[in-house]
Design a protein around this ligand. Structure first.
Ligand code: ADP
Ligand code: MG
Ligand code: MG
Length: 204
């Protein structure tokens, strides 16, 4: 399969639905090891993004993801705004001019997104951030040879769960030192919803 412009619109709209439905959970995660605003930040950013995208007519997936990136950067706020913004900006750049988006192009796009997040946040795998989920997705896409809805959902969930036993070394959670151990990273939970939405779009 390949991702059409409509698939990409549906991806973002679905990601917003999941983030709205889990807003309180995201807030609770950030209350444990942060300042308790992650649910509010993400719900505001994705609500604005979904509204923007529903109001436009797109002829390319790259434009959908560019609008997503810009809206997230300006509306999410917090540490996570520029990080998710960078992820979607890199995805957009990597698929520019390619519609529908084939598997290999999308794999390269996810790799670029991971590298962008790492650079922006000066973070690596194991720091207990959204990098842990995005990086696992890049590994999965590299291992497989076609879109696998079931594997995306499974691996994203397991990557999110693995952040629980990590000690945070980046962002506000790092102030909690080993007190951050035993809690899921909020940005990884948001990332799970983004990849669950992708998985559902692929499933059709
Ligand atoms: P803030 O911490 O400014 O209140 P949010 O609560 O919206 O922002 O987002 C927190 C999430 O951002 C964390 O759970 C983590 O996944 C991610 N994060 C924070 N700092 C970094 C960083 N330096 N690199 C990568 N991700 C980070
Ligand atoms: Mg916060
Ligand atoms: Mg904050």
């Amino acid at each position: 399969m390949a991702l059409t412009v409509q698939n990409i619109v549906d991806w973002i709209v679905k990601a917003n639905e999941k983030i709205q439905a889990n807003k309180d959970y995201l807030t609770a995660l950030d209350q444990a090891i942060g300042d308790g605003d992650h649910g509010i930040n993400m719900s505001r950013g994705f609500q604005e993004t979904a509204e923007k995208i529903r109001g436009e007519t797109y002829t390319s997936g790259a434009d959908v993801l560019q609008d997503t990136a810009k809206t997230l950067m300006s509306k999410v706020g917090g540490a996570s705004g520029p990080l998710f913004g960078t992820a979607f900006l890199k995805l957009s750049a990597a698929i520019k001019g390619i519609d529908p988006v084939d598997y290999d192009t999308f794999t390269g796009a996810i790799e670029d997104a991971v590298n962008g997040i790492k650079q922006r946040g000066k973070a690596a795998e194991g720091d207990k951030t959204l990098v842990d989920v995005w990086s696992k997705m890049a590994d999965l896409f590299n291992c497989e040879s076609d879109f696998r809805a079931d594997r995306i959902a499974e691996e994203a969930k397991s990557a999110m769960e693995q952040t629980k036993s990590m000690m945070a070394t980046k962002g506000r959670a790092a102030y909690f030192k080993d007190g951050s151990i035993g809690h899921i990273d909020p940005g990884s939970a948001s990332s799970l919803y983004i990849f669950e939405a992708l998985s559902e779009v692929i499933e059709g």
